[in-house]
Structures are given as C-alpha cells and as structure tokens.
Design a protein around this ligand. Structure first.
Ligand code: FNR
Length: 414
C-alpha cells in the first residue's frame, strides 16, 4: 500500500514502473554488449516471445463481494515463511549491469526478506554474497562441473556460508545458440567476468590441466584462466588483441570444459543427494515425467523454467509446462516457476497454476543497472505491490486460496 500511496503522492521514481519502459531505460544505460547478453534469447527468440504470450492465454476471473482486506502474500518454503512468493533468479555475470553486482542485488533481496539465489557464475565469491545477504535467506545455484571435486567444494562452501538450498540448473549443460551474443563475440564473458567462485576456490586451482596430473602444467589448474582474465583486463578496449594470443583462447576453452557437464544423467543425482542435507531443487524441468522422476530421486523441489528462453529456441512456454508439472508432483514438493514473469498478474497466474513462488530474472537486472541496490528494491516492491493489488481486486486474500478455478484458460471459463 505504501508504494501505491507514494505513487499517488507524486514522488519521483528511480526506475520506471511499466516493464517495457524499465527494460528500455536499463538497456540504454547498459551499453551494447551487456544489453545484448541480458535481453537476448536463443535462436530467433521465439521461446522468449512464447513465454510472454502464454500469460495471455490464462485470464483472471474476478470474484467480487468477498472480504479482501488484510491480505497475506506470505508463502512457506522449506520451513521458512517468506513475506512474498518471490525470489531473485540466479543470474551470472551481474557485474555488467552494476559494479556491485550480486552484492547490491543480495542486499536488496535481504531488505525485502526474499531469497537471493547466487549464481555459480556470480561476479563475487559466494561467501561475499552471503555476507551481503546478512540474515536474509540465500540459496546457491550450481552448474554441475565436469569435475566432481569442484562440485563438492562449491557445495561445502555454500553450506559453510549459510546457504539454505541448492538449485541445480539442468538446462545449461552448454550455452544456447544466442545470435546477439555471437555477433558480439560474447565479450562480457571474455572480459573475465562471472568467474569469481572459480577463482576463489582452492580445489579449482588444484585441478589437473587437460590430460595431465596436477602441477604438470607450467601454471597448474586454472592459473591459465586467471592469466586470461588478466590479459583481457589489460586490454579493456580491445579484448580481441588478447584473444589473438592463443593463451587466452585456451583458457576460455578450458573453463568451458570445466564449468559444465554435458554427460550428466539422472544417475548422478545420488552423488549430490548423499553429500548435502540442504534441500535440492532441479531448475529447468518442463516435462511432467521429469518432475515425477525428480521427486522419486529425493529432490526437494522443481523449478519450471526454460531459462528465460535463452537455451532452446522453440521450447514450450514455461507457463504452459507448469500445470502438467504441478499435477505430476501432486504437492509432494514445492513447484517454483520462472521465465517471463513481469507483472503482478503474471505472478498470480503462475501461483494459480500450481507454483508456490516465482523467480524474477531480467527485471531485477534492469533495476540494478538503473539504480543499484535501490533499483532492485524498487523492482521487487513494485512487483509485490502489483501482486497484492491484483490478488485483492481478483477477489482473493491469500495464496492458499488460489487454484485453476480462478482462471479462464484459453478463453474457457472455469
Ligand atoms: C540467466 N539465468 C541463469 N540461470 C542460472 O541458473 N544460472 C545463471 O548463471 C544464469 N544466468 C543468467 C544470466 C542472464 C543475463 C539471464 C537473463 C538469465 C536464467 C535465470 O535464472 C532465469 O531462469 C530467467 O532469467 C527467468 O526468465 P526471465 O524472468 O528473465 O524472463
């Protein structure tokens, strides 16, 4: 209510309220390479568009004359009651939006009491991000490395730093085909950003060089990567010159070989399950059968997501996959959702279709680019206020009341 009232009272805004205006303003601020990386999607960006279009197939059916005062937006996740059914999605390389990157976003999430999901490819080490979260809830997103010893190291670091859940992202065993980034040579990556968790990891530095034992390489482990990052930083205006030195390219190739594991299968999940008591969520689930299997494998939650349309162009819209996954899971573990949430009504529709809470990706990056921590807070608070109003106007008082009967689906009334 305070947000709505300050809007009525004529206070000037740090970030635009409308999602499209927010995106336009932030992209203009960010500059070409970063804007392309954040805003872009896979291929012809049809899945990115489909994610948005899907929300239009589900429409809220208002129910008047029900007492909607004293609304409650809280949601329970793994024994913690959150004030809002929102989380900040894991986003790598945030440094390209703002110098304080993950630290600023984590502080904003903590101030609003919602979980910050730190990316494996964060711009700051996960311990520093944990510090920025303070008493706020924090989750860690894992890209399953080709080296299990690195997986173990990330896991134990996350546990020691007080992370409360592990999100395993399954849809990015390799980077998708992203024309906007390909045109620009993936410069944000090549400038050596988004590797803080690796460079701060002792196990990472002890990993053997390709085809050799530890120490065999003149610069053991990923010393190479560090030298690539340094090389590239030395030529900020012209990273291509650094690239031209074969060393940088070898280092980048080596990093890509280590960061993910394309041969990962269901048989690998017990490795993780046996090594942590934290809740594990699988992110990137779209097929009901996979959701069922995740529960049977002892996973504690699934996140319905197509990575914001950045991986498989032509993939099903995430919202269209949500009801089937929710049915398959049958309430045994929480189902979370992301990909395309831009408004309170979007979030509300996902909650009606079975999500316990939703993750927000690009919009918070835009808030970060425009006004740092305060900008991220504004984006969270706007979304929360919009959700609160829409919930009440649609005739509901709390999230527990929501189900598909609140929606007209494909034009058919409930
Ligand atoms: C992502 N996403 C992502 N996911 C993940 O598990 N680890 C990561 O490091 C990243 N990095 C990343 C960078 C950028 C620039 C974007 C836009 C996205 C995916 C993210 O967590 C989430 O699934 C989507 O962003 C959700 O879609 P919307 O809200 O952006 O439409």
């Amino acid at each position: 209510a305070s947000i709505f009232l300050s809007g009525l009272a004529g206070r000037r805004r740090r970030v635009p309220v409308a999602p499209d205006a927010l995106e336009r303003a932030a992209l203009a601020r960010m500059g070409g390479d970063a804007a392309a990386y954040v805003a872009g999607g896979a291929g012809m960006e049809r899945t990115m568009a489909a994610n948005r279009a899907a929300f239009d197939r589900y429409r809220l059916v208002q129910r008047p004359l029900r007492d909607v005062s004293g609304r409650d937006l809280s949601a329970e996740l793994f024994g913690r009651r959150l004030p809002l059914p929102l989380l900040l999605a894991p986003i790598g390389v945030l440094e390209m939006a703002h110098r304080q990157a993950d630290l600023a976003a984590a502080r904003a999430a903590a101030a609003e009491g919602i979980p910050f999901i730190a990316s494996s490819q964060a711009s700051h080490p996960l311990e520093a991000i944990a510090g920025a979260c303070g008493a706020g809830p924090r989750w860690f997103q894992l890209y399953w490395s080709s080296r299990n010893e690195l997986v173990e190291s990330f896991l134990s670091r996350a546990e020691r730093a007080g992370y409360e859940a592990i999100v395993v992202t399954l849809d990015t065993t390799e980077l998708g085909w992203r024309p906007r980034d390909l045109d620009r040579g993936y410069l944000p990556f090549l400038r050596g950003r988004g590797i803080a968790n690796y460079l701060s990891d002792p196990v990472f530095h002890r990993l053997p060089a390709e085809g050799g034992a530890p120490g065999e390489h003149p610069r053991p482990g990923l010393g190479l990567l560090r030298s690539a990052a340094e090389l590239l930083r030395a030529w900020p205006g012209n990273p291509l010159r650094a690239l031209a030195s074969g060393e940088a390219l070898r280092a980048v190739r080596r990093f890509i070989a280590i960061y993910s594991r394309p041969d990962l299968t269901w048989d690998d999940l017990p490795f993780l399950r046996d090594r942590t008591r934290l809740p594990i969520l699988l992110k990137g689930i779209l097929h009901p059968e996979d959701a069922r299997r995740a529960v049977e494998a002892g996973m504690d939650g699934v996140i319905v997501s197509n990575h914001g349309g950045r991986q498989v162009d032509g993939a099903v819209a995430a919202l269209d996959a949500l009801p089937g996954v929710a049915d398959a899971v049958g309430g045994r573990v929480p189902v979370l959702f992301d990909s395309g949430v831009r408004s309170g009504a979007d979030a509300l529709k996902a909650l009606c279709l079975g999500a316990r809470a939703v993750l927000v990706g690009r919009p918070y990056v835009y808030g970060l680019a425009l006004a740092g921590e305060a900008g991220v807070r504004d984006v969270i608070r706007d979304l929360a206020a919009d959700l609160d109003l829409t919930l009440g106007l649609a005739g509901h008082r709390s999230l527990g009341e929501l189900d598909r009967s609140a929606l007209a689906i494909g034009g058919a009334m409930p």
